[in-house]
Design a protein around this ligand. Sequence first.
Ligand code: PLP
Length: 462
Amino acid sequence: PGAGFRTGGDHMNLKELDLRHLIHNEVRFRELARKGTTVITRAEGSTIWDIDGRAYLDAQAGMVLVNVGYGRRELGAVAAAQMERLMYYHTYFQYSNEPAVRLAAKLASLAPEGLGKVFFTLGGAESVETAVKIARLYQRARGRADGHKIICLDLGYHGNSLGALSATAFEAHRAYYGPLVPGFVHIPSPDTFEGPFRADDPEAGRKYAALLEERILAEGPETVAAFLAEPILGVGGIIVPPDDYLKHVRRICDKYGVLLILDEVMTGFGRAGTMWACGQFGVVPDLMCTAKGLTSGYLPLGAVLVGDHVIEAIAEADFPFEHGFTYAGHPVSCAVAMENIAILEREGLAERAARMGERLKEALLARDNPYIAEVRGRGLMVAAELVRDRETRERFPEGNRAFRFDVEAGCLREGVITGIAPYRDTLMITPPLVITEAEIDRLVDVYDRVIRQEGDRRRKQG
Ligand code: PLP
């Protein structure tokens, strides 16, 4: 019984309590009980330590969000000061609070031109849910009573709440939870490594965008509220679309009166080497979802940046905005986000991500690893495609254990926590933006060595 356990110093006790009471995210319960848990107790820069004193270089930046790095005392100080002054007031009805107002104005100043309105959430999934609801509301406000469908990408990831999950096509996440929210449809992702149109096709961007137009026409344009996509797909395997893809998408959305929602939950706040990824493709969305790097994980917070024209149309029709969350615009989270953004700007962390990302890609490519078929990415969102044969791009058969899981485990043995795409053998490298050159070099050493070892071992097994 829980009451019989002491908490505190005894770490074996803590691991047992963990297994007994804490429901972890995305696990198989029996497997977790066999493997045991890893309790993280402190962190600094890009390094985290577990309860047994083991250090890990965190090349995943938590869940791809600790952009300013771990252990920033100044963010703790800001949170404490705000808690003492005003720890909570909501943003329902006519009420608001100072940090929420200041952060909304700051985000509007950083946002692409025209996205001057901000709605706060608690994280990525809520940002996506909110953007979808605003898109539907907007279409109704401008007289499209049936404008409800959301077209999404088949390798997109938008979160695990039921609406966000409906926007996410991954079968492993969806199985057992149906029926999901109606009105979400999926089209092929602009994946030039494995998709129908490859990197050597100069028309790939236009062809992928044409799939959106076909789908809008097939569904009936008046039924489609929005196209929702990550500008660079994250969890799907850090898929960078052809340079002109989003421009074509923007044109098609405008042609049919469909809103463009970009999910910058992972790409935003410097991760992809600029404040927002959409700017790299010369595109301004109608709505933009953010979270993660907004606070670098110091407190939970998300935000939807909304085009002035969208809110104008809703206001014009005098449609009520019946939507909200108790914690939306939480003053402590907002104050911490302000300071986090100040750090990102002061230390030039977006530019640093771009520089470090180039170093990482070049160093990894220079190793000429026989099991890496492609290295790609923007900023510190870098992917390596793991294959059995890089000429033919044949993958290792998955059997009862996929190559990527052995690579992940091998890196962990070497003290590196690395991301892997859940659905194919793609390594995801997304460290804090403050990672040092020496740490990048260590990552490259570990990846190259582990991938060779695991690849050779599998080849020998036949
Ligand atoms: N959107 C994108 C692009 C994400 O990468 C994620 C999380 O990884 C989400 C949404 C969901 O965010 P959250 O887990 O904060 O709900």
